[in-house]
Design a protein around this ligand. Structure first.
Ligand SMILES: NC(=O)c1ccc[n+]([C@@H]2O[C@H](COP(=O)([O-])OP(=O)(O)OC[C@H]3O[C@@H](n4cnc5c(N)ncnc54)[C@H](OP(=O)(O)O)[C@@H]3O)[C@@H](O)[C@H]2O)c1
Length: 255
């Protein structure tokens, strides 16, 4: 049975693979046997993730890229292919939810709104379509989009983020139809996970407690808890799963 989860011989690109959830996913995929290309704008973090994978006997090749820059996106796909010969798994994890987009619609500038859409939705779209031929050339190509509970329901004072994640869920479902049966396309919808993105939230005692009270599992997730579901979706264990959104939210959306 464990063979079904084995990713040996596969190559995985993880955007936003330098820290937080992307870091945990990169390590998880490497532990399952994949060669990993962690990518983000800053180089220090992706290099350190690659070092961690190599120190554990795995294969990794960090490539710096901004998902909002189509030249960068092409370059990361080309370099990953040159280094490892194929791209079998794409994890669109890069994402932002900056302070200047938290608020009422009338208080958020259209530039700030666009920036969130550019990274969280257009970035994932650009990476996916640029990797299309590599994903189709290989056996068992798989795309995993890291959405959010905000891709399934509305969240107050986060309309740009929620719009971007709803878009990502729509993209997941539509492309899964276009690319089936050759390439599977799925999404993960995490709830609240302890990372730099949620640092301020967790630092606010009242807010943190209200989130915990609303979450059946009574806590935030650790980034590593998003890795297992990603390995599952990337692997042959999920060979009949496409167009799905897997909630990894401690029961948040079940309520
Ligand atoms: N934490 C949560 O509670 C939670 C819940 C649901 C969903 N998510 C989603 O999970 C994903 C990861 O979130 P996280 O919490 O791990 O956040 P994080 O700790 O802030 O990490 C975000 C990663 O994305 C990269 N990134 C940001 N902008 C980028 C760009 N333009 N191009 C390429 N890479 C970029 C960052 O690196 P650089 O800044 O160096 O580029 C970093 O590696 C996001 O899509 C987020 O929406 C998070």
């Amino acid at each position: 049975m464990t063979e079904q989860f084995d990713l040996s011989g596969r190559v995985a690109l993880v955007t936003g693979g330098g820290r937080g959830i992307g870091h945990a996913i990169a390590i998880g995929l490497a532990n399952a046997g994949a060669a990993v290309v962690p990518s983000a704008r800053s180089t220090d973090e992706i290099e350190s993730v690659a070092d961690e994978i190599k120190a554990d006997g795995g294969d990794a090749f960090p490539v710096s890229a901004d998902v909002t820059n189509s030249g960068d996106v092409k370059s990361v796909i080309d370099r990953a292919k040159d280094e490892f010969g194929s791209i079998d798994i794409v994890v669109n994890n890069a994402g932002i939810n900056p302070d200047n987009t938290l608020g009422q619609p009338e208080d958020v500038s259209s530039e700030s709104f666009d920036r969130v859409l550019d990274v969280n939705l257009n970035g994932a779209y650009e990476v996916t379509r640029t990797a299309a031929s590599e994903l189709h050339e290989t056996d068992g190509g798989s795309v995993i989009n890291v959405a959010s509970i905000g891709g399934l329901v509305g969240l107050p004072r986060q309309h740009p983020y929620v719009a971007s994640k709803h878009g990502l869920v729509g993209l997941t479902k539509s492309i899964s139809l276009d690319w089936s049966p050759e390439v599977r396309v799925n999404a993960i919808a995490p709830g609240y996970v302890s990372t730099e993105l949620t640092e301020d939230l967790e630092g606010n005692k009242r807010l943190r407690q209200s989130i915990i009270n609303r979450t059946p599992m009574d806590r935030f997730a650790e980034p590593e808890e998003i890795a297992g579901p990603t390995v599952f979706l990337a692997s042959d264990a999920a060979s009949y799963v496409t167009g799905a959104v897997l909630e990894v939210d401690g029961g948040w959306t079940a309520r």
